[in-house]
Design a protein around this ligand. Structure first.
Ligand code: BDR
Ligand code: CA
Length: 314
């Protein structure tokens, strides 16, 4: 059983992913760390606590992550127009009664667990790379102790979702993502190339609602605002399973096609947040800043068995 730390900004699709983790016997969630993105960090913490309460797992610790990006900047773009002001599609959920772990940051928690369970912990990072990059700065030795870091981030051979270049999690802290992908840790990046192939349709959702279970009712209700966002922007009667895809990768890698390559993240200018992969198919006649020959490769997910993945989600 793989031990998971879920680093998250709940968030509608984050909630689906957390639900998937808690329902999958292949993994054991040993902690949740929070970050800004869909909401600000403090709200992400409250939402994670609420989810542990809602899904009956008060035993899972929730640890608050960084309030700012790795260079100390206040988050510029909070995706309230995607996930609602509350991160739960404006459904007015009550306040959680659980409280977060005190006196510890998300980075402290990741370092602590990596050292406590060498070779056994996978971090599934479903927001920006800030907390994970901070943990690697704090104790670079954990790069050999973590089993894997999976980062939901980027758009390699498709357009982004913030702008044509950038996907939201990469855009949220490009400096942290570039640092993580160059760290030498065992990293797998999964971006929009794959996640946009996995769509829960309005029909799936109606079927789910018909089950009338409190958890599926909750997923259904919080997803209505997110569904409307998809209608308005990509004219689709269905929602992308971004974060659930990253979570699935932690225990069903057989469903994905991944490729090893060096990845850089643009940190400046018009293309800030763009993820660029050098898949190693071309022999560059001279070294250049993008490929930086010394940079260790990471795995990039490029395709998925769609029916296979959707079966697990259902
Ligand atoms: C990513 O951004 C957030 O909206 C989602 O939760 C996901 O992590 C998709 O670009
Ligand atoms: Ca997310």
């Amino acid at each position: 059983v793989r031990k998971l730390i879920i680093d998250t900004d709940p968030g509608v699709d984050d909630t689906w992913a957390i639900c998937l983790a808690l329902r999958s016997p292949e993994v054991e969630v040993i902690g949740i760390t929070s970050l800004f993105g869909n909401v600000r960090t403090k709200m992400a913490t409250q939402n994670a606590l609420y989810l542990m309460e809602k899904f009956g797992r008060p035993d899972i610790p929730v640890v608050e992550g960084s309030l700012t990006s790795i260079v100390g900047a206040e988050k510029e773009r909070i995706a309230d127009f995607v996930h609602g002001d509350d991160g739960f599609g404006n459904t007015n959920q009550p306040k959680p009664t659980l409280v977060a772990v005190e006196g510890k940051t998300a980075a402290d928690f990741i370092v602590e667990k990596a050292n406590e369970f060498p070779g056994q912990v996978t971090v599934v990072a479903m927001a920006s790379a800030t907390n994970v990059a901070l943990a690697l700065r704090q104790d670079p030795g954990i790069k050999h102790k973590l089993h894997e870091i999976i980062h939901l981030s980027g758009a390699f051979f498709v357009n982004g979702n913030v702008n044509p270049c950038a996907e939201a999690n990469a855009f949220g802290d490009p400096e942290a993502a570039d640092e993580l992908y160059g760290s030498g840790a065992r990293v797998t990046v999964i971006g929009l190339d794959v996640t946009q192939k996995l769509v829960t349709t309005a029909r799936d959702m109606a079927r789910m609602r018909a089950r009338n279970h409190p958890h599926t009712n909750f997923l259904h209700d919080i997803s209505q605002f997110y569904m409307q966002f998809h209608r308005d922007t990509v004219r689709q009667e269905g929602i992308f399973m971004h974060d659930p895809a990253a979570l699935l990768l932690a225990f069903r890698k057989d469903l994905f096609r991944c490729k090893l390559g060096r990845v850089r993240v643009a940190t400046e200018g018009l293309c800030r947040g763009q993820t660029i992969m050098d898949a190693g198919e071309k022999l560059w006649s001279f070294p250049n800043a993008w490929t930086e020959n010394s940079r260790p490769p990471v795995e990039v997910a490029l395709d998925v068995d769609v029916p296979g993945a959707m079966r697990v989600f259902r």
